[in-house]
Write a protein that binds this ligand. Sequence first.
Ligand code: SF4
Length: 217
Amino acid sequence: MTKQERAHTAKTILDRLYPTVPIPLDHTDPFTLLIAVLLSAQCTDKRVNLVTPALFKIGPTPQKMARLTVDQILACINTCGLANSKAKNVKRLAQLLLERHNGEVPATFSDLEALPGVGHKTAGVVLSHAFHIPAFPVDTHIHRLAQRWKLSNGSSVTQTEADLKKLYAPADWELLHLQIITYGREHCPARSCHGLTCEICRTCFPNRRTPITTRKA
Ligand code: SF4
């Protein structure tokens, strides 16, 4: 199978398994999605969903979040990893949305990545899922599966993103991002299998007999 055929096979199976995928982080608008994604660094989505109801109750908008003290924010999120720096970033981010963007979440990579605590992956998630602007944010699951399906060589997450964007149409990126993460969580653990057991690898690599190694994100 060629790389393009493997990409098509993976998408066909993913579409059958997950015709729709909810965004795993609870949110109500671009601002609450941005904050939830920021909090999800070094933290599980489940944990983020446990802490955001209290945070969004007192800080549902940039205006209200900017008025909170760092300690008030920290009290809501202190069970998340890196809570101290995240609390400072959340407050400063809300202030900057008011100062630079009229209290709105901007819809460009450059404006989003200029905000504290917002890297390329976070910006891509917000652009894709809040604004439906084509982006293909690569997390650890996508980086691993792209290698196991030999859609990318895994030299870096930047390379994985570029390789996947070449293989799939922009209109498919938003759903594929969620489908691959869901498949990774449900079927493809980081520490086992390595390309031998489930449907996508068996279809793409029927003659594979030995485990393959992958590079971490
Ligand atoms: S066969 Fe293994 S490596 Fe391939 S997708 Fe399934 S779980 Fe992942």
